[in-house]
Design a protein around this ligand. Sequence first.
Ligand code: NAD
Length: 429
Amino acid sequence: MAEKAGFNPFEMARAQFDKIADMLELSTGARELLRSPMREYHFNIPVRMDDGSVQVFRGFRSQHNDARGPCKGGIRFHPQETIDTVRALSMWMTWKCAVVDIPLGGGKGGVICDPHNLSAREQEQICRGWVRQISRDIGPVTDVPAPDVMTNAQHMLWMLDEFETIHGGHYPGLITGKPVGMGGSLGRTQATGYGLVYTLREALKELKIRPSDTLASVQGFGNVAQYAIELYSQIGGTVVCVSSWDQKDQTSYSFIKKDGIDLAALKGITDRFGGIDKAKAAELGYVVSDGDAWLTQDVDILIPCALENQIDGDNAGSISKRVKIVAEGANGPTTPEADAILHERGIFTIPDFLANAGGVTCSYFEQVQSNMNYFWELDEVLGKLDLKMTAAYLAVSDLARKQKLYMRDAAYVLAINRVAQACQDRGWV
Ligand code: NAD
C-alpha cells in the first residue's frame, strides 16, 4: 500500500510486539519466532492481457503464525503493495484472531496491480494465477484467504473455482467473503459495525453509563459506521455528527444535527462509497462543517470509522472534556502520540483490533458453516457474534483492571500471550 516515505508498517508491528514481549518476558525463542512470519511466498503470475501481450504480476502470501489454527487474512490488490505491508498485516491478523479467541492464525496476501486499469477478464486471470501458484499451501485446514482492499466477492469466487478445479472437489471453506447463497454467511455486512457496538455496550455497562444518556460523533459513513450507528441507536444512544469524504471536492466534511442524525435519511443521500451529498444534507437541516469537526463535538463517545492516523498529537488536544470513550472502528485511527494523550486524560479506549474484530469473527463463522455445508439464520449468526465479542471485551477489560494496563496494552498482552502459549504447548519454543 502507499505509505508515507520512511514509514514501514512491518517495523511498526515489530516495535509494538517487542514492547509487549518485554512486558511478558517472553523467551528468546518465542520472540524470534513471533517477530517474523513463519512462512512467506513470493511468486510471478503471468497473464495474457486483452491486447495479446503477456504481463507478469508479482504476488505474495505471508503466513505469520498458525499455532492456534489455520492462517486467516485478506488478499489486497494494490499498485504500491509491498511485502513489508503484507508481513505487518499478517502479524496483526494473528493478534486480532487471538484477542477474540477464534481458532485461527494470521495471514495476508497481495498482488501488485491496479484493478482500475484491468478488465474483468484480466482480473480473473490474476485471481486464478494467484491460486495456481499457491494452491498446495492454502486450504480450509491450512490458510484461508478473504477479500481486502480492492478485492471483492467475485474475486473470491474465481479463486475458489480455480482451487476446486485443481483439487477436484468442493472446498467452500477455502476462502471467505463469498456471496450469500454461494457459501457466504448472513450477517457479514453488519458484523464489524455491530461487533463494535457490542463492545461499546459492555464498556458503558462497566463505566455505569446508560446508553440513552450518551451522545456520539462518528468519523466516516461507510459500512462500519452505518451499522455501528444503527445498533448504537437501537440501544438508546444518539449520534449528533458523522463525517465523510467528498470525492468531487477532494476533502472531507462533517454533518451535524444536535438532536440526532436520521440514519435512514442520510443513507438516502449517500453514494455507494459512503460519500454524503452536502447540498442535500443542508436541505435536510444538517450543519455542514469542516472535516475535523467530528473530533471536537461535545459528546461522550468518539467512533472513528474511516482511516488510519486520524487522531494525532496535533489534534488530540481539541477533543471535548466530555468525551469518555473512543471506540476504534477503523484500523489504526489513533497515533501513539494521541494515544498517550488519551491515556493521560483517562479516556477509555476500545482498541481497533478488538473493537473491529466482528468482521473476522463472522468470517470465521462463514468458514465453519462452509466446512459443514450448513448455513445458519441471521439471528443465530448475530447471537454468536455478540457472545464472542462480549467475551473478548470482558477478558481484555478484566486484564486491564487487574494489571492496571491501558486497554490497548491489555489487548496486546492477552493476544500475544495466547499465541506464545500455543507455540510453547506445541513444543515449538
Ligand atoms: P467504507 O469504504 O465502506 O467507508 C469509509 C468511509 O470513510 C466513507 O464514508 C468515506 O467517505 C469515509 N472517509 C474516507 N476518508 C475520509 C476522511 N478523510 N474523513 C472523513 N471520512 C472519510 O469502509 P469501511 O468498510 O466502513 O471501513 C472503514 C474502516 O474500518 C477502515 O479503516 C477499514 O480498514 C476498517 N475495517 C473495516 C472492516 C469491515 O469489515 N468493513 C473490518 C475491520 C476494519
